[in-house]
Design a protein around this ligand. Sequence first.
Ligand code: G3I
Length: 366
Amino acid sequence: MFGYVLVTMLELVNSTNALSQQQTSLNQSYKNYFLIGTAINAPQILQKDLKAAAIITNDFNSLTPENIMKSEIIHPKWDEYDFTLADKMVEYAQTHQLKVNGHTLIWHSQLPAFMKYMQSADSVKNFFVNHIETVARRYDGKIFSWDVVNEALEENGTLRKSIFLDKLGPSYISEAFKLAQKASPNAELYYNDYNIEQPKKRAGAIAIIKDLQSKGIRIDGVGIQGHWRYNKIPFKEIEESIIEFSQLGVKVMFTELDLGVLPNPWDSDAADVNMKATYSAKMNPYMNALPDSVQDKFTEGYESLFKLFIKYKDKISRVTFWGVHDGQSWLNGWPIKGRTNYPLLFDRKYQPKEAYFKLIALTNTK
Ligand code: G3I
């Protein structure tokens, strides 16, 4: 008898969860404000993660490929491209009427192996031109937008030392936008970076945007990535950035949002994939569960952030989460491998967290 009651209660809880999920939708709630996106990985594109698929179509209206459009994957050999996964993603997005943001055409990281030993400026230039022309042209009219250049700035706002700066000079950024515009006239074109809400780096991003504008080259928007810590969200700098970027006449987006809850070895918000530290139990404090006190602060962090986004809804065109659920987040493996992080709105069991419902509730209060 007790067993039966228990089963029935569990069924009730499960069906209530399923029901509440069915009746609520993040993108529907925010439809008059801005697009709500998620980063999507290869298993999700290949329909091998059906629980995530249900969330993607219910809660998001925009997709960013987390990895599969990066040059090391889409352009593995000098004269060979591999569009298999990107084509599948575009097809998936068309079927479900989701907008795609291409990520990314020019990035110093995750370059194809053949670039490692490239010495001559001519070879880099050839790669650069062919890559942008081929990839951007293929998806013109099929994807909504491109992160044309990703992470070209150092923290102090100067241009990042990269193979592109080294071999092509500072004009590589405007060249990239010019080529993208020609190859994909129908896509919106963005500059995307982390920490550009911080004053020095923001000044660097503003200089990039102004340089493009002064040359008559189109740039439609700027993406602030938004890899922040749940208890150290830089609200003031975010607000200043929304205002200053939008004054330049470009759309503002939050493109890779997640709120990590784990200690950072350098007490920093940098999202440089090359930064690595060694594992220790002290750096992985929530292996089994997240304490309520942290969960509450995490919820508050998301709530305050979205209140700010709603305040500037006329200037913000998209907010994209960097992943669907905690289990897939890059923050479980960076900057220390093998940790358990909790940065997204859905947990490892694909259940929406309290923060999810709070964000929806924000749209019901006028
Ligand atoms: O595909 C291989 C797989 O074959 C292999 O078995 C496995 C072993 O580790 O690695 C797989 O590749 C990994 C790839 O993600 C796919 O999971 C790479 O090692 C790993 O470095 C890569 O990390 C990605 C990282 O960018 C570097 O490209 C993260 O998933 C992705 O979330 C992260 O995203 C970046 C944005 O593009 C730019 N802004 C910062 C953001 C976070 O770092």
